[in-house]
Design a binder for this molecule. Sequence first.
Ligand SMILES: *[C@@H]1O[C@H](CO)[C@@H](O)[C@H](O)[C@H]1NC(C)=O
Length: 355
Amino acid sequence: MASNIVTIISSFVIAVIVALTVQIFYFSPIDPLPLQIPPSSSAKHNQLKNIIKLGEGILKDPEDVCFDKEGTLYSVTRDGWIKRLPRNGDWENWKHIDSNTLLGITASKHGGLIVCDATKGLFKVTEEDGFTVLVNGSQANFADDVIEASDGSIYFSDATKKHGLHDVHLDLLEARPHGQLLKYNPTSNEVSVVLDKLHFANGVALSKDEDYLLVSETWKSRVLRHWLKGANKGKTDIFIENLPGGPDNINLAPDGSFWIALVSLTSEGLEYMHKYKVTKHLLASFPRLYELTSGQTKKATVANVATDGSIIRIFGDNDGSVINFVTSAVEFEDHLYLGSLNSNFVGKLPLNSAY
Ligand SMILES: *[C@@H]1O[C@H](CO)[C@@H](O)[C@H](O)[C@H]1NC(C)=O
């Protein structure tokens, strides 16, 4: 009798193990590579807890912000709006598109904005014409961030050719280089590849003299530098690596340094989950389990990085209670403006205080 029960129980245990193995390996949606995630060191002080909240309640997950020549602040929202705050004015609902995947924006020198949509591609948005497609979703799978050079060239990232914004966690777990940095030529209407095989191509910025481009490789916790001018023209090197978070949007500061938003790729102490294929398959198969281990909403970190790739200062909200999942930091007239994928406001931090 006792041995029967043992047989039944052990058969059951074996069946469960087989079912799990089949689920994890055979039906796994990913083909992963091991990923080394550097520990996410916390900022020394919680400066980001001192932000003023702009547009609270009317800005749904404003991923990016930018300013035009007049000093009007623009932001994109998850419900398809470009909203703006004129100097000394009130928030306006400027332009709308049927989309819940608007990401990086930049002001064009010729007026209007250039806007990334992770589903539909790259747009020009003007007062007169509203949204006009520059590059459609068949040429850019996941337009993420954009910058315009003074010769009119538009550089933008295609984060990953394989996944979309709704399953971006699978791209992280897979940790393969599906991303690229693209260039759109507005005269010829052509798109060309500047850099291929990037591990989630995210933030894009031009140096003050436009002699190089920076592009975030979020999953690799590093930023690459691609030279556009000078002796190194055409070459690519590592600008900064081992960042204490995955680099998201990058913005040039008025002094020529850069502000890089860093998102937590995983909860602290769970970095090892990304080192093994088996744990990756497990997390990919069970989204609820993945959610428990993901770290984006647990803190906010932004780094100010000098042109030599050294960190000047790091600001944070170490438990994310005021602002978290900060995806962009833009410096304008001695203030830092913060976009976030988990807030209903844009953060504003005075920089001239004693930080
Ligand atoms: C996308 O753009 C390309 C190149 O301009 C064009 O050939 C193609 O027809 C467009 N696709 C859609 C669905 O508009």
